[in-house]
Design a protein around this ligand. Structure first.
Ligand code: ATP
Ligand code: MG
Length: 481
């Protein structure tokens, strides 16, 4: 009987203890006292372990930034634990409604990795990692790798792209020669009307370049790749550059050669570009033919060779656009200076269908055969012109197609437009409207009215492009690098 009584008493006290512990836990959690208990427990635990400390200072002895410091900071800021810390700084971020957390001096951040307890202390521009000696060998290397990959991923997501333009009013060599604005161009390879085969080739070329650091290093070559985009006005060259930047998540440095004071200024401009960027010179043929820049041809050639970018050590992509490469010095175009040539022709039927799909949501239409026939007869407008006509008539796809057909019939052979007072050009170079010659060929009234209407609507003074090959091709991939 006594045994039974004792057993019952034991069970009862056990149950009571459990209930009390449970209640205590609820109270500790509800009041937040649990954090004090955890802290005390940890400091007791600390007494029974040997720790090792690793410092990650913000600057090295040469006062250069320590990249690891930035990475650890980004990593720590990404931890959810930081929200649980006793105190932290809150700032507004770059995006609307974004709030970012910043470590305070002496703030301790605790982290768990592969079962090991790790803590970081933010001490006077140095982050100190504290790890148990028993865990160090097993955990330290993978933990640092983990920090690298998390912070890279976080940085990638957080940072928006930037468009840099060169400015003339910088003072002295040490001042910034570039001014930046957020780069928000929505163009992508999906929105560009271009043969899908060519698009895929460019995409894989860009992708394999971006991954080829070791390869270029082994060859002793500057890790750069140059693209020439050439073709008449309004064929998508600038949009393509934006698509490249969005595809790679690279910043864009758009270099206006007319604002460059001399060859050495050009060198400094290249030096001040950052890694993972597209360095762009638009209309290079125009600068060269009009001599509208103070930079010499050798200056441009050494810029294209990117010798200086090797001192910056990281990848650069250079993109040049031209209306035509016919009269350009062959030294500019030689393999190695330009690695990939991409021709942007006027619209053909395939490109037209892509535009009709994206601008009007049309996969097919009873007027398509007629449009195809007109293209087969050699008529063409630039994608920009066709795109504008489609946008203007986007509420009625049939009307949009009829307007395009009329414009193509008027304009297709490159002669009807002259009656409307539109300019013409040789090899893509622009001629003023006053230089228009005598119109020849058939003048289609209906089509003329359509273009006239369009001109009136948008004040769009179109400069006519020369009619050349209609095919989209990666003309020559000279020098695969
Ligand atoms: N191939 C294309 N696919 C889709 N849209 C295009 C294409 N070409 C031109 N466009 C549209 O036409 C407009 C002008 O194009 P863009 O400025 O890229 O032409 P460009 O070749 O750079 O002309 P320019 O030589 O005059 O600078 C853009 O709004 C773009 O969306
Ligand atoms: Mg352009």
């Amino acid at each position: 009987m006594a045994i039974l009584y004792n057993l019952f008493f034991l069970l009862f006290s056990l149950l009571l203890t459990c209930i009390l512990l449970f209640l205590l836990r609820v109270v500790l959690i509800k009041t937040g006292l649990i954090y004090i208990v955890k802290k005390k427990w940890r400091s007791i635990e600390d007494c029974f372990h040997v720790y090792q400390f690793f410092k990650v200072p913000e600057f090295n002895e040469g006062m250069q930034r320590n990249q690891l410091y930035h990475k650890v900071l980004v990593y720590l800021n990404s931890l959810t634990f930081i929200e649980d810390s006793d105190f932290t700084n809150l700032f507004t971020g770059k995006k609307p409604n974004e709030i970012v957390l910043h470590l305070d001096p002496n703030q301790i951040i605790e982290d768990d990795f592969l079962g090991a307890k790790i803590s970081w202390i933010n001490q006077d521009k140095t982050l100190v990692l504290k790890i148990r000696k028993v865990d160090k060998r097993r955990v330290l290397r993978p933990y640092l790798q983990h920090i690298h990959s998390v912070s890279d991923e976080f940085d990638e997501k957080k940072r928006g792209l930037k468009l840099y333009v060169n400015v003339v009013d910088y003072q002295g060599d040490r001042k910034e020669r570039w001014r930046s604005v957020p780069f928000t161009h929505p163009s992508s390879f999906e929105t560009i009307a271009m043969e899908s085969d060519l698009k895929n080739k460019v995409k894989s070329d860009l992708y394999s370049f971006a991954k080829a650091k070791q390869y270029y290093h082994r060859l002793g070559r500057v890790w750069k790749r140059s693209y020439l985009l050439y073709g008449p006005s309004g064929t998508g060259k600038s949009s393509f550059i934006a698509a490249m930047a969005n595809f790679l998540s690279y910043d864009v440095y758009e270099l206006d050669l007319s604002k460059v004071s001399d060859d050495s200024d050009l060198k400094f401009l290249l030096l001040q570009t950052t890694t993972k960027s597209l360095v762009v010179i638009e209309d290079l043929d125009r600068y060269l033919s009009e001599k509208s820049t103070a930079v010499s041809l050798p200056g441009i050639l050494s810029f294209m060779d990117g010798i200086l970018s090797s001192s910056c050590g990281e990848e650069r992509i250079m993109v040049f656009t031209m209306n035509s490469k016919d009269h350009v010095d062959p030294a500019i175009l030689r393999p190695g200076r330009i690695d990939v040539h991409i021709h942007f022709p006027l619209c053909n039927f395939t490109a037209f269908k892509t535009l009709a799909n994206s601008y009007l949501g049309l996969k097919d239409h009873k007027l398509f055969p007629q449009v195809e026939e007109i293209f087969q007869n050699g008529a063409s407008l630039s994608p920009a012109e066709i795109g504008e006509l489609m946008i203007a008539n986007r509420n009625s796809p049939s009307r949009a197609l009829k307007t395009v057909i009329n414009a193509l019939q008027t304009d297709g052979d490159g002669r009807g437009a002259l009656n409307l007072g539109l300019g013409s050009c040789e090899n893509g170079s622009r001629k003023p409207v006053e230089e228009i010659g005598e119109p020849s060929g058939v003048f289609c009234k209906e089509g003329a009215n359509a273009v006239k209407e369009f001109k009136k609507l948008y004040g769009f003074l179109r400069v006519k492009s020369c009619r050349k090959s209609e095919s989209f091709d990666l003309n020559s991939r000279q020098n695969e690098g």
